[in-house]
Design a protein around this ligand. Structure first.
Ligand code: ADP
Ligand code: MG
Length: 345
């Protein structure tokens, strides 16, 4: 190692991944897509491929056990990985789960974690087939790998969006972020005075969005039934703006999205406003909704039109046209990808 010292925040999460992996070249003909999409694509036959995705959750960074029940955490750890397989238009089939635990946790706590993992395995129809267990000096870490499958002609990459394609978001956005704000506020209230009970009434939806996100395996099924193969797709883990940037960068295109089209649930909007937050900003820059963002050819519009799970939020433009959010007055605001940068506070 040289004397030079570069701080992680100078590169950011994505810059760091690019930097560390740029000298790697794939040697295997079966490695059809390596680093850079939601899952790797491994092809052993000309018809079908295996999809692999991995994600790690760290106590104090990705979750806080003060308000995250272990059962929900187990569920979420699986959901976020299945979501990455969905983002390739694939179906997850197996998972492995590795945990590092400190002696702070009794067996009963880990049983709860695994109750959640089992519930997710049932919901998402995947089998737990392995993992690793080790000790940690402080805190809990969970790393999950999901393995899935897709026909080669329907695998959807971040890179396939074309000018004039429609941009579609599933479900609604911003709820997980607003749910987190609510949990953080109640945590602070509790820390200041343990006698005050948390006030979470009437916020079931956004709490569920934060604590028990769902991977959209249903959307993958609908797309198949509707005979729609998206031209590109990504899951919305870091906020809509960040994911739009990934699709535009990989596809070498620009886009226009319309703020009044962005699907936001009423409870999300109302709670955001209570927190003095703009609901659109929560959808754009909040994280962890685990919805899907995809593009379709205009020819497929009739097939998804009126579908309650899918909202057209804009369209793809030429790269030179940039990436813009059009507000209700028609003003064009350049999109900023804030998303989550794990190395910045
Ligand atoms: P996602 O948000 O969909 O989980 P990430 O942003 O975590 O994706 O990762 C982007 C890409 O970089 C993925 O292909 C992932 O497998 C790869 N990647 C992330 N971290 C590393 C690493 N430390 N070494 C090699 N590849 C990595
Ligand atoms: Mg992803």
């Amino acid at each position: 190692m040289s004397e030079k010292r570069t701080e992680l925040e100078q590169l950011g999460e994505f810059g760091l991944i690019d930097h560390l992996t740029e000298k790697f070249e794939n040697k295997q003909s079966s490695t059809s897509t390596g680093i850079g999409d939601d899952s790797a694509v491994i092809s052993h036959s000309k018809d079908e491929s295996m999809l692999i995705s991995t994600d790690m959750l760290i106590e104090g960074v990705h979750f806080n056990l003060m308000y995250m029940p272990l059962k929900h955490l187990g569920y979420k750890a699986i959901a976020v990985n299945v979501s990455d397989i969905c983002a390739m238009n694939g179906v997850a089939e197996q998972i492995t789960v590795s945990i590092a635990v400190s002696s702070r946790f009794p067996v009963e706590a880990l049983e709860e974690l695994y109750d959640g993992i089992r519930a997710a395995c049932d919901t998402f129809n995947v089998d737990l087939v392995g993992g690793d267990t080790t000790s940690s000096l402080s805190g809990l870490m969970i790393s999950v790998t999901a393995v899935g499958r897709a026909k080669n002609d329907v695998i959807t990459y971040r890179s396939g969006a074309k000018e004039h394609d429609l941009l579609v978001a599933t479900g609604d956005l911003g709820g997980a972020y607003v749910g987190l704000q609510l949990l953080e506020r109640e945590k602070q209230v509790f820390e200041a005075n343990a006698a005050i009970q948390p006030d979470l009434d009437g916020h079931d939806y956004i709490l569920q969005r934060q604590l028990k996100p769902e991977a959209r395996i249903d959307v993958i099924k609908f797309l198949k039934e509707l005979d729609v193969v998206p031209t590109s797709m990504i899951d919305i883990s870091d906020g809509l703006a960040s994911e739009i940037f990934h699709i535009c960068k990989s596809s070498d295109v620009g886009c226009k999205i319309y703020d009044e089209k962005i699907p936001i649930d009423t409870e999300t909007s109302m709670t955001a406003i209570d927190f003095n937050l703009n609901p659109i900003t929560c959808a754009l820059n909040g994280g962890e909704d685990y919805e899907l963002l995809f593009t379709i050819s205009q020819d497929d519009f009739e097939k998804i039109k009126g579908n309650p799970h899918m909202t057209v939020i804009g369209h793809i433009t030429d790269k030179a046209a940039g990436k813009y959010l059009i507000d209700k007055q028609g003003a064009a605001i350049e999109l900023q990808a804030q998303g989550w940068n794990h190395f910045e506070e």
